[in-house]
Design a protein around this ligand. Sequence first.
Ligand code: SAH
Ligand code: SF4
Length: 421
Amino acid sequence: MNVHDSEKIAGIFSENGLISADHAENADVIVLNTCSIREKAEQKFLSELGRLKKAKDYNPGLKIAVAGCIAQQQGKSLFKRFPYVDFIVGPNNIDKLYRWIDNKSIGTALEDNPEYHKKNLPMQRAGGVRAWVSIMYGCENFCAYCVVPYTRGKERSRPAQDIYDEISSLAKRGFKEVTLLGQNVNSYGRTLEEAVHFPDLLRKVHSIDGVERIRFVTSHPRDLSEELILAMKELPKVCEHLHLPIQSGSDHVLHLMNRGYTFKEYRRRVDGLRKMIPGISITTDIITGFPGETEEDFRMTMQALTDIQYDGIFAFKYSKRPGTKAIEMPDHVPEQVKAERLAQVLQLQEDVTYQKNSELVGQVLEILVEGPSSSDPERLTGRTGTNKIVHYCGEREDQDAFVNVRIVKAGLHSLFGEKLF
Ligand code: SAH
Ligand code: SF4
């Protein structure tokens, strides 16, 4: 979501005649688009901003803006700590960068912006044939650990027609894959006057000629309806992959987290998905060491991973976020225990992922080629519909095209294939 917000920021600048600098030292304007989901992201930003003081000393005309969730959360206090910052802009006020470019004033844009979701901002997209498309902003789920509802504000869905028009224009420009973005895409449409639910939106996007793959993140397990599973089955362009964050395998912890489902309910949805869409890949997010998580709770998370056999996971140590409910909860877990549990989760999942990848050896899969492999420039890299990375030897012309490959070897993070002609 932040990467896509940065595309919007770059779009506004380029519309105003600014071009990207090759290096921060050569820039007249620098925007740090920040993330505050975990403390580590915040620390990275603080050290980067510290380094920029030198750039400002060297070039006093340099203008620095802080955007994103840290900007929203820390607001004006950033000016006190970093007096060389010129502008502080929250994630729902990206359009205010126009104002800043015009008068270069010192200030903030942190207010509620109730029309933001109706604005169609220009974008400087990363290129290639894959594009991010925002379908909704904000989140009102208030999971106890999460800062997003406080930084990204009220849930608001973009009008379906705006989304349709944006994707139609992308398709005309040769984009083949779109990823629909929202903190909880399953609740898309809840705030719209016209009744458009997420499965309806998928059908609408599916009807656009030229779009060949549709992905979406993130789905909240509580709101994953049977209707959505049916739409995924019925619509061939919708990729056979679902990211469905479970967070914990313990009902006690899920309740404390305010997630709104039990493990059994989650499990039923996974069974439904696998029954309706054989071969679907399912990935998840895990938090270790949420306040109050006992050894027994943790064991249930390990059991859930063994039981469900995910294709891949993102796992994190619980991180205290200012302003959230969890920070006030009793029984915070010591840092070392959180880290040990995280290591155990990652170790267990490595075996599962490798096993799952190995099962694909011998299969012929279609991949959308993204470009040269970062680890071996002799090879090309693409992704399967199930979102697995495949490296293979191919020609330059394969870039941005669909290619069939036979999987010959499995790795932990990717697969190796041979192109079929
Ligand atoms: N809206 C999405 C994504 C939220 S952020 C969702 O509900 O799934 C992505 C992931 O970051 C979350 O799924 C969660 O696993 C993790 N996360 C969020 N806040 C966190 C915190 N305070 N500490 C550790 N992990 C956190
Ligand atoms: Fe955060 Fe929960 Fe909203 Fe996801 S659904 S953004 S975890 S509050």
